[in-house]
Design a protein around this ligand. Structure first.
Ligand SMILES: [Zn+2]
Length: 407
Protein backbone atom coordinates (compact mmCIF):
# COMPACT_ATOMS: atom_id res chain seq x y z
CA UNK A 1 0.00 0.00 0.00
CA UNK A 2 2.93 2.33 0.72
CA UNK A 3 4.33 1.61 -2.69
CA UNK A 4 1.00 2.39 -4.34
CA UNK A 5 0.47 5.63 -2.48
CA UNK A 6 4.03 6.70 -3.24
CA UNK A 7 3.46 6.28 -6.97
CA UNK A 8 0.00 7.79 -6.82
CA UNK A 9 1.70 11.20 -6.63
CA UNK A 10 5.18 10.39 -7.91
CA UNK A 11 3.80 9.14 -11.23
CA UNK A 12 3.36 12.73 -12.37
CA UNK A 13 7.15 13.06 -12.41
CA UNK A 14 7.64 10.12 -14.75
CA UNK A 15 8.51 10.91 -18.38
CA UNK A 16 5.50 8.81 -19.48
CA UNK A 17 1.92 8.34 -18.32
CA UNK A 18 0.87 5.42 -16.14
CA UNK A 19 -2.59 4.62 -14.84
CA UNK A 20 -1.71 2.07 -12.21
CA UNK A 21 0.76 -0.49 -10.93
CA UNK A 22 0.94 -4.25 -11.37
CA UNK A 23 1.39 -6.41 -8.31
CA UNK A 24 3.07 -9.75 -8.92
CA UNK A 25 3.93 -12.84 -6.94
CA UNK A 26 7.60 -13.11 -7.80
CA UNK A 27 8.42 -16.65 -6.70
CA UNK A 28 8.35 -18.98 -9.70
CA UNK A 29 7.11 -22.01 -7.76
CA UNK A 30 4.24 -20.00 -6.31
CA UNK A 31 3.44 -18.62 -9.79
CA UNK A 32 3.23 -22.18 -11.03
CA UNK A 33 0.92 -23.20 -8.20
CA UNK A 34 -1.37 -20.25 -8.82
CA UNK A 35 -1.51 -20.98 -12.55
CA UNK A 36 -3.49 -19.11 -15.19
CA UNK A 37 -7.06 -18.48 -16.19
CA UNK A 38 -7.83 -18.45 -19.92
CA UNK A 39 -7.24 -14.69 -19.92
CA UNK A 40 -4.53 -13.87 -17.44
CA UNK A 41 -2.17 -15.24 -14.82
CA UNK A 42 -3.50 -15.62 -11.28
CA UNK A 43 -0.22 -14.34 -9.86
CA UNK A 44 -0.44 -10.79 -11.20
CA UNK A 45 -3.09 -8.14 -10.79
CA UNK A 46 -3.26 -4.47 -11.62
CA UNK A 47 -4.14 -1.64 -9.31
CA UNK A 48 -5.68 1.35 -11.09
CA UNK A 49 -5.24 4.84 -9.74
CA UNK A 50 -8.28 7.07 -9.49
CA UNK A 51 -8.87 8.65 -12.86
CA UNK A 52 -7.87 12.26 -13.06
CA UNK A 53 -10.62 14.73 -13.86
CA UNK A 54 -10.18 18.26 -15.17
CA UNK A 55 -12.53 21.08 -16.05
CA UNK A 56 -12.26 23.01 -19.30
CA UNK A 57 -14.32 24.96 -21.80
CA UNK A 58 -16.13 23.24 -24.64
CA UNK A 59 -15.32 25.27 -27.72
CA UNK A 60 -17.37 23.38 -30.24
CA UNK A 61 -18.97 20.03 -30.93
CA UNK A 62 -18.07 18.55 -34.30
CA UNK A 63 -19.06 15.24 -35.88
CA UNK A 64 -17.01 12.39 -37.29
CA UNK A 65 -18.15 9.63 -39.61
CA UNK A 66 -16.47 6.29 -38.95
CA UNK A 67 -15.86 3.18 -41.01
CA UNK A 68 -19.24 1.66 -40.16
CA UNK A 69 -21.01 4.92 -40.95
CA UNK A 70 -21.56 5.66 -37.27
CA UNK A 71 -21.61 9.39 -36.63
CA UNK A 72 -19.92 10.29 -33.38
CA UNK A 73 -19.79 13.73 -31.81
CA UNK A 74 -16.40 15.05 -30.74
CA UNK A 75 -15.88 17.74 -28.12
CA UNK A 76 -13.28 20.30 -29.18
CA UNK A 77 -11.88 21.74 -25.98
CA UNK A 78 -9.84 24.62 -24.76
CA UNK A 79 -6.49 22.79 -24.45
CA UNK A 80 -5.82 21.48 -20.95
CA UNK A 81 -3.24 19.28 -19.21
CA UNK A 82 -4.55 15.86 -18.24
CA UNK A 83 -2.44 12.94 -17.14
CA UNK A 84 0.70 14.49 -18.55
CA UNK A 85 -0.68 15.24 -22.02
CA UNK A 86 -2.47 18.20 -23.55
CA UNK A 87 -6.06 17.36 -24.32
CA UNK A 88 -7.84 19.20 -27.11
CA UNK A 89 -10.48 16.72 -28.12
CA UNK A 90 -12.66 14.32 -26.17
CA UNK A 91 -15.30 11.82 -27.11
CA UNK A 92 -18.96 12.38 -26.37
CA UNK A 93 -20.08 8.88 -27.38
CA UNK A 94 -23.45 9.72 -28.88
CA UNK A 95 -26.40 12.02 -29.17
CA UNK A 96 -27.94 10.73 -25.95
CA UNK A 97 -25.02 11.95 -23.94
CA UNK A 98 -25.16 15.43 -25.43
CA UNK A 99 -28.86 15.50 -24.71
CA UNK A 100 -28.43 14.13 -21.22
CA UNK A 101 -25.76 16.66 -20.38
CA UNK A 102 -27.64 19.37 -22.28
CA UNK A 103 -24.35 20.47 -23.78
CA UNK A 104 -23.96 23.57 -25.88
CA UNK A 105 -20.85 25.29 -27.17
CA UNK A 106 -19.26 27.42 -24.47
CA UNK A 107 -20.17 25.15 -21.56
CA UNK A 108 -17.56 24.14 -19.02
CA UNK A 109 -17.17 20.36 -18.96
CA UNK A 110 -15.38 17.73 -16.88
CA UNK A 111 -13.00 15.49 -18.78
CA UNK A 112 -11.51 12.17 -17.69
CA UNK A 113 -8.95 9.85 -19.15
CA UNK A 114 -10.12 6.34 -18.47
CA UNK A 115 -8.59 3.14 -19.76
CA UNK A 116 -9.09 4.37 -23.31
CA UNK A 117 -6.63 6.46 -25.26
CA UNK A 118 -9.20 9.11 -26.07
CA UNK A 119 -10.37 11.13 -23.06
CA UNK A 120 -14.07 11.53 -22.54
CA UNK A 121 -16.48 14.19 -21.33
CA UNK A 122 -18.14 12.93 -18.16
CA UNK A 123 -20.13 15.91 -16.98
CA UNK A 124 -20.95 19.58 -17.23
CA UNK A 125 -20.31 22.32 -14.69
CA UNK A 126 -23.88 23.36 -13.82
CA UNK A 127 -22.71 26.47 -11.98
CA UNK A 128 -21.47 28.09 -15.16
CA UNK A 129 -23.71 27.18 -18.08
CA UNK A 130 -23.23 28.90 -21.40
CA UNK A 131 -26.04 31.18 -22.45
CA UNK A 132 -27.74 30.62 -25.78
CA UNK A 133 -27.42 33.98 -27.47
CA UNK A 134 -28.89 33.21 -30.85
CA UNK A 135 -30.56 30.43 -32.72
CA UNK A 136 -27.40 29.59 -34.63
CA UNK A 137 -25.33 28.75 -31.58
CA UNK A 138 -28.14 26.60 -30.26
CA UNK A 139 -28.33 24.70 -33.50
CA UNK A 140 -24.62 24.14 -33.60
CA UNK A 141 -24.98 21.67 -30.74
CA UNK A 142 -27.95 19.79 -32.12
CA UNK A 143 -27.21 16.55 -33.87
CA UNK A 144 -26.88 16.79 -37.66
CA UNK A 145 -29.63 15.30 -39.78
CA UNK A 146 -27.43 14.68 -42.82
CA UNK A 147 -23.98 13.16 -43.28
CA UNK A 148 -21.31 15.86 -43.19
CA UNK A 149 -19.22 13.96 -45.71
CA UNK A 150 -21.72 12.89 -48.34
CA UNK A 151 -24.96 14.71 -47.42
CA UNK A 152 -26.99 11.51 -47.15
CA UNK A 153 -29.79 11.65 -44.60
CA UNK A 154 -28.72 9.94 -41.38
CA UNK A 155 -30.70 7.06 -39.91
CA UNK A 156 -31.12 5.97 -36.34
CA UNK A 157 -32.28 2.47 -35.63
CA UNK A 158 -34.87 2.03 -32.97
CA UNK A 159 -33.37 1.40 -29.58
CA UNK A 160 -29.92 2.43 -30.78
CA UNK A 161 -28.08 5.44 -29.48
CA UNK A 162 -26.03 5.99 -32.60
CA UNK A 163 -26.83 7.77 -35.87
CA UNK A 164 -25.60 6.18 -39.10
CA UNK A 165 -24.89 7.35 -42.58
CA UNK A 166 -26.50 4.62 -44.71
CA UNK A 167 -24.46 5.47 -47.81
CA UNK A 168 -21.99 2.61 -47.43
CA UNK A 169 -20.83 2.54 -51.01
CA UNK A 170 -19.63 6.07 -51.65
CA UNK A 171 -19.40 7.93 -48.32
CA UNK A 172 -15.64 8.77 -48.29
CA UNK A 173 -14.75 8.04 -44.64
CA UNK A 174 -16.65 4.76 -44.83
CA UNK A 175 -14.89 3.69 -48.01
CA UNK A 176 -11.45 4.61 -46.66
CA UNK A 177 -12.22 3.26 -43.20
CA UNK A 178 -13.27 -0.14 -44.54
CA UNK A 179 -10.08 -0.47 -46.55
CA UNK A 180 -7.90 0.64 -43.63
CA UNK A 181 -9.63 -1.92 -41.44
CA UNK A 182 -9.23 -4.63 -44.07
CA UNK A 183 -5.47 -4.12 -44.39
CA UNK A 184 -4.88 -3.69 -40.64
CA UNK A 185 -2.46 -5.86 -38.72
CA UNK A 186 -5.07 -8.15 -37.18
CA UNK A 187 -6.88 -8.60 -40.50
CA UNK A 188 -4.97 -8.92 -43.79
CA UNK A 189 -1.81 -7.26 -42.47
CA UNK A 190 -0.71 -5.98 -45.88
CA UNK A 191 2.94 -5.02 -45.85
CA UNK A 192 3.81 -1.74 -47.54
CA UNK A 193 0.30 -0.33 -47.38
CA UNK A 194 -0.52 2.32 -44.78
CA UNK A 195 -3.58 4.47 -44.25
CA UNK A 196 -2.03 7.41 -46.11
CA UNK A 197 -1.54 5.27 -49.18
CA UNK A 198 -5.13 4.08 -48.89
CA UNK A 199 -6.36 7.67 -48.98
CA UNK A 200 -4.12 8.27 -51.99
CA UNK A 201 -5.45 5.19 -53.81
CA UNK A 202 -9.08 6.04 -53.08
CA UNK A 203 -8.66 9.65 -54.15
CA UNK A 204 -6.94 8.57 -57.36
CA UNK A 205 -9.99 6.41 -58.08
CA UNK A 206 -7.91 3.23 -58.18
CA UNK A 207 -9.58 1.56 -55.23
CA UNK A 208 -13.27 1.63 -54.34
CA UNK A 209 -13.37 -1.25 -51.87
CA UNK A 210 -10.83 -3.75 -50.50
CA UNK A 211 -11.39 -6.13 -53.43
CA UNK A 212 -10.01 -3.59 -55.91
CA UNK A 213 -6.61 -3.81 -54.19
CA UNK A 214 -6.22 -7.14 -55.95
CA UNK A 215 -6.64 -5.53 -59.38
CA UNK A 216 -3.82 -3.01 -58.86
CA UNK A 217 -1.00 -3.14 -61.37
CA UNK A 218 2.45 -1.68 -61.40
CA UNK A 219 1.54 0.80 -64.14
CA UNK A 220 -1.42 2.11 -62.05
CA UNK A 221 0.80 2.85 -59.09
CA UNK A 222 4.03 4.21 -60.56
CA UNK A 223 2.54 7.58 -61.64
CA UNK A 224 1.38 8.31 -58.06
CA UNK A 225 3.23 10.61 -55.65
CA UNK A 226 5.74 8.92 -53.33
CA UNK A 227 5.50 5.69 -55.33
CA UNK A 228 8.93 4.65 -56.44
CA UNK A 229 9.49 1.30 -58.11
CA UNK A 230 10.70 -0.15 -54.84
CA UNK A 231 7.61 0.79 -52.82
CA UNK A 232 5.32 -0.36 -55.62
CA UNK A 233 7.03 -3.76 -55.64
CA UNK A 234 6.71 -4.00 -51.88
CA UNK A 235 3.06 -3.05 -51.98
CA UNK A 236 2.19 -5.54 -54.72
CA UNK A 237 4.12 -8.30 -52.95
CA UNK A 238 2.25 -7.49 -49.72
CA UNK A 239 -1.09 -7.67 -51.50
CA UNK A 240 -0.12 -10.99 -53.13
CA UNK A 241 1.02 -12.43 -49.80
CA UNK A 242 -2.29 -11.53 -48.15
CA UNK A 243 -3.98 -14.19 -50.31
CA UNK A 244 -2.68 -16.82 -47.93
CA UNK A 245 -4.13 -15.14 -44.81
CA UNK A 246 -6.51 -17.45 -42.94
CA UNK A 247 -10.26 -17.28 -43.48
CA UNK A 248 -10.80 -16.18 -39.87
CA UNK A 249 -8.86 -13.00 -40.54
CA UNK A 250 -10.49 -12.39 -43.93
CA UNK A 251 -13.86 -12.62 -42.19
CA UNK A 252 -12.73 -10.15 -39.53
CA UNK A 253 -11.38 -7.90 -42.29
CA UNK A 254 -14.80 -7.62 -43.95
CA UNK A 255 -15.71 -5.21 -41.17
CA UNK A 256 -19.16 -6.59 -40.39
CA UNK A 257 -20.59 -4.63 -37.47
CA UNK A 258 -19.98 -6.36 -34.12
CA UNK A 259 -17.85 -9.06 -35.75
CA UNK A 260 -14.55 -8.51 -34.00
CA UNK A 261 -11.52 -10.73 -34.02
CA UNK A 262 -12.84 -13.32 -31.56
CA UNK A 263 -16.32 -13.51 -33.06
CA UNK A 264 -14.84 -13.93 -36.54
CA UNK A 265 -12.75 -16.84 -35.28
CA UNK A 266 -15.73 -18.55 -33.63
CA UNK A 267 -17.93 -18.09 -36.71
CA UNK A 268 -15.25 -19.32 -39.09
CA UNK A 269 -14.37 -22.37 -37.05
CA UNK A 270 -17.88 -23.47 -36.33
CA UNK A 271 -19.40 -22.89 -39.77
CA UNK A 272 -16.26 -23.60 -41.76
CA UNK A 273 -16.67 -21.38 -44.78
CA UNK A 274 -18.17 -18.16 -46.05
CA UNK A 275 -20.99 -19.82 -47.98
CA UNK A 276 -22.24 -21.49 -44.82
CA UNK A 277 -22.09 -18.21 -42.91
CA UNK A 278 -23.93 -16.39 -45.69
CA UNK A 279 -26.66 -18.99 -45.80
CA UNK A 280 -26.98 -19.45 -42.04
CA UNK A 281 -30.33 -18.67 -40.46
CA UNK A 282 -30.46 -16.76 -37.20
CA UNK A 283 -31.12 -19.95 -35.20
CA UNK A 284 -27.90 -21.43 -36.54
CA UNK A 285 -25.82 -18.34 -35.86
CA UNK A 286 -26.90 -17.93 -32.25
CA UNK A 287 -25.91 -21.54 -31.60
CA UNK A 288 -22.30 -20.53 -32.15
CA UNK A 289 -20.36 -19.91 -28.99
CA UNK A 290 -20.36 -16.23 -27.91
CA UNK A 291 -22.76 -15.15 -30.64
CA UNK A 292 -25.96 -13.52 -29.49
CA UNK A 293 -28.90 -12.01 -31.31
CA UNK A 294 -27.27 -8.65 -31.89
CA UNK A 295 -24.30 -10.17 -33.73
CA UNK A 296 -26.49 -12.68 -35.59
CA UNK A 297 -28.77 -9.88 -36.81
CA UNK A 298 -25.78 -7.87 -37.95
CA UNK A 299 -24.35 -10.82 -39.93
CA UNK A 300 -27.71 -11.46 -41.57
CA UNK A 301 -28.12 -7.79 -42.41
CA UNK A 302 -24.65 -7.68 -43.93
CA UNK A 303 -25.28 -10.61 -46.26
CA UNK A 304 -28.75 -9.40 -47.17
CA UNK A 305 -27.03 -6.62 -49.08
CA UNK A 306 -26.34 -7.37 -52.73
CA UNK A 307 -23.35 -5.01 -52.73
CA UNK A 308 -21.73 -6.97 -49.92
CA UNK A 309 -22.39 -10.29 -51.62
CA UNK A 310 -20.73 -9.05 -54.79
CA UNK A 311 -17.85 -7.69 -52.76
CA UNK A 312 -17.06 -11.01 -51.05
CA UNK A 313 -17.50 -12.79 -54.38
CA UNK A 314 -14.79 -10.55 -55.83
CA UNK A 315 -12.54 -11.38 -52.88
CA UNK A 316 -13.03 -15.06 -53.67
CA UNK A 317 -12.21 -14.49 -57.33
CA UNK A 318 -9.06 -12.65 -56.28
CA UNK A 319 -7.95 -15.86 -54.59
CA UNK A 320 -8.52 -15.07 -50.93
CA UNK A 321 -9.30 -17.86 -48.51
CA UNK A 322 -13.02 -18.09 -47.90
CA UNK A 323 -12.94 -21.35 -45.95
CA UNK A 324 -11.11 -22.68 -42.94
CA UNK A 325 -8.11 -24.71 -43.97
CA UNK A 326 -8.04 -28.33 -43.01
CA UNK A 327 -4.83 -28.90 -41.11
CA UNK A 328 -2.62 -31.44 -42.86
CA UNK A 329 -2.03 -34.46 -40.68
CA UNK A 330 -4.81 -33.71 -38.21
CA UNK A 331 -6.38 -36.72 -36.46
CA UNK A 332 -8.79 -37.46 -33.63
CA UNK A 333 -6.26 -39.49 -31.68
CA UNK A 334 -6.50 -37.26 -28.63
CA UNK A 335 -10.22 -36.63 -29.00
CA UNK A 336 -11.63 -35.11 -25.82
CA UNK A 337 -8.43 -35.56 -23.80
CA UNK A 338 -7.50 -32.81 -21.35
CA UNK A 339 -3.73 -32.48 -21.38
CA UNK A 340 -1.30 -30.47 -19.29
CA UNK A 341 2.07 -29.43 -20.74
CA UNK A 342 4.97 -28.74 -18.41
CA UNK A 343 8.72 -28.26 -18.64
CA UNK A 344 11.18 -27.74 -21.46
CA UNK A 345 11.27 -30.00 -24.54
CA UNK A 346 13.91 -31.09 -27.01
CA UNK A 347 12.19 -31.50 -30.36
CA UNK A 348 9.45 -28.90 -30.05
CA UNK A 349 8.92 -25.81 -27.97
CA UNK A 350 6.00 -25.66 -25.59
CA UNK A 351 3.80 -23.84 -28.10
CA UNK A 352 4.59 -26.54 -30.67
CA UNK A 353 3.52 -29.29 -28.27
CA UNK A 354 0.29 -27.43 -27.56
CA UNK A 355 -0.39 -27.04 -31.28
CA UNK A 356 0.13 -30.78 -31.77
CA UNK A 357 -2.36 -31.51 -28.99
CA UNK A 358 -4.99 -29.30 -30.58
CA UNK A 359 -4.26 -30.66 -34.05
CA UNK A 360 -5.03 -34.16 -32.82
CA UNK A 361 -8.26 -33.18 -31.10
CA UNK A 362 -7.00 -32.75 -27.54
CA UNK A 363 -7.49 -29.82 -25.23
CA UNK A 364 -4.63 -28.04 -23.48
CA UNK A 365 -5.29 -27.29 -19.84
CA UNK A 366 -3.12 -25.12 -17.62
CA UNK A 367 -3.68 -26.86 -14.31
CA UNK A 368 -3.70 -30.46 -13.14
CA UNK A 369 -6.97 -31.83 -11.82
CA UNK A 370 -8.82 -35.11 -11.60
CA UNK A 371 -10.03 -34.42 -15.14
CA UNK A 372 -6.50 -34.32 -16.58
CA UNK A 373 -6.03 -37.21 -19.02
CA UNK A 374 -2.24 -37.09 -18.96
CA UNK A 375 0.69 -34.74 -18.68
CA UNK A 376 3.37 -34.18 -21.31
CA UNK A 377 6.49 -33.35 -19.36
CA UNK A 378 9.89 -32.28 -20.53
CA UNK A 379 12.91 -31.31 -18.49
CA UNK A 380 12.42 -29.09 -15.47
CA UNK A 381 8.82 -29.97 -14.83
CA UNK A 382 7.65 -27.85 -11.89
CA UNK A 383 8.05 -29.79 -8.60
CA UNK A 384 4.60 -28.79 -7.39
CA UNK A 385 3.05 -30.05 -10.63
CA UNK A 386 4.93 -33.31 -10.32
CA UNK A 387 3.76 -33.76 -6.75
CA UNK A 388 0.16 -33.08 -7.69
CA UNK A 389 0.32 -35.46 -10.65
CA UNK A 390 1.66 -38.24 -8.46
CA UNK A 391 -0.97 -37.60 -5.80
CA UNK A 392 -3.79 -37.79 -8.38
CA UNK A 393 -2.06 -40.74 -10.12
CA UNK A 394 -2.01 -39.05 -13.50
CA UNK A 395 0.21 -40.50 -16.21
CA UNK A 396 3.24 -38.43 -17.15
CA UNK A 397 4.47 -38.88 -20.73
CA UNK A 398 7.87 -37.83 -22.01
CA UNK A 399 8.10 -35.88 -25.26
CA UNK A 400 8.96 -39.06 -27.21
CA UNK A 401 6.16 -41.06 -25.62
CA UNK A 402 3.75 -38.30 -26.53
CA UNK A 403 5.00 -38.11 -30.12
CA UNK A 404 4.62 -41.85 -30.62
CA UNK A 405 1.07 -41.62 -29.23
CA UNK A 406 0.04 -39.25 -32.03
CA UNK A 407 2.23 -40.77 -34.75
ZN1 LIG B 1 -21.93 9.72 -45.48
Amino acid sequence: MDFISHWETERHNLPFAIDGVVIKVDRYDQQERLGLTSKSPRWAISFKFETERVRTRLKEITYQVGRTGAVTPVANLEPIQLGGTTVKRASLHNADQILRLGLIDGDYVYVEKGGEIIPKVVGVDESERAVVTDLFSQQSSSFPTHCLECATELVREEGEAIHYCPNRLTCPPQVKGRIVHFISRKAMNIDGLGSETVVQLVEAGLVVDPSSLYDLKEEDLLPLDRMAKKSVDKLLAGIEASKSISFERVLFGLGIRYVGETVAKKLARSLGNLDAIMRAEKEVLVEVDEIGERIADSVILYFADEGNINFVRRLGEAGLRLAVQEIVGATNKLDGASIVVSGVFEKHDRVGIKKLIEMHGGKVSSSISKKTSFIVAGDKMGPSKKEKAEKLEITILSEDEFLSKIA
